[in-house]
Design a protein around this ligand. Structure first.
Ligand code: PNS
Length: 163
């Protein structure tokens, strides 16, 4: 059985992420969406919220599971017999950023990285840019699954009322 993981912070999951996950699910028998616990990084959504959103938006993909991981990604993969990491590439700088990690991961525990070109529709989309634009009043509804967009609007409103 071929297995892969799609790792990330997913704060929050975008339609770009979802496109890569669904394409990975058509390439591999089983795919684990691996969500970084990321204690040190300030995230807008907590781990349980990010896991729940991902489970909701991947519910129609029967060979996809959503799991949290901490520590080295290659340890998460190798300990579960996951043979490949799938990453989307939006542009050349993405490749420059990803290549050292891909080489490190194959060197550490023989886990290969498979790069999938991001669909043109999502090539400008990242979680951080979506959060920045939304927090300044821009419309990002076309870049997020609708329950995730609703959760983002609500969280930003909560943050505004806290300040
Ligand atoms: O969505 P992100 O934040 O760009 O995802 C980055 C992620 C989680 C894929 C990357 O930071 C990662 O693999 N972190 C786990 C720690 C690790 O294995 N570091 C060494 C990489 S060679």
């Amino acid at each position: 059985m071929s297995t892969a993981c799609c790792p990330g912070s997913f704060d929050p999951v975008t339609l770009g992420h979802l496109d890569i996950v669904s394409r990975a699910a058509s390439l591999f028998d089983q795919v684990s969406v691996a969500v970084l616990v990321n204690e040190s990084k300030r995230s807008l959504f907590g781990l349980e919220e990010r896991l729940a959103m991902l489970r909701e938006v991947t519910a129609d993909l029967p060979n996809v599971t959503v799991d949290a991981f901490d520590g080295l990604l290659v340890d998460f993969c190798a300990d579960r017999g996951i043979g490949a990491i799938v990453k989307g590439l939006r542009s050349g700088p993405d490749l420059d950023y990803e290549m050292p990690m891909a080489r490190m991961n194959v060197g550490l525990r023989h886990v290969e990285t498979v790069f999938v070109p991001t669909a043109a529709a999502w090539s400008h989309v990242s979680s951080s840019l979506v959060k920045e634009v939304a927090s300044l009043g821009g419309d990002v509804s076309g870049m997020l699954p609708s329950p995730v967009h609703a959760a983002l609007v609500q969280r930003l409103a909560e943050r505004r009322s806290d300040t």
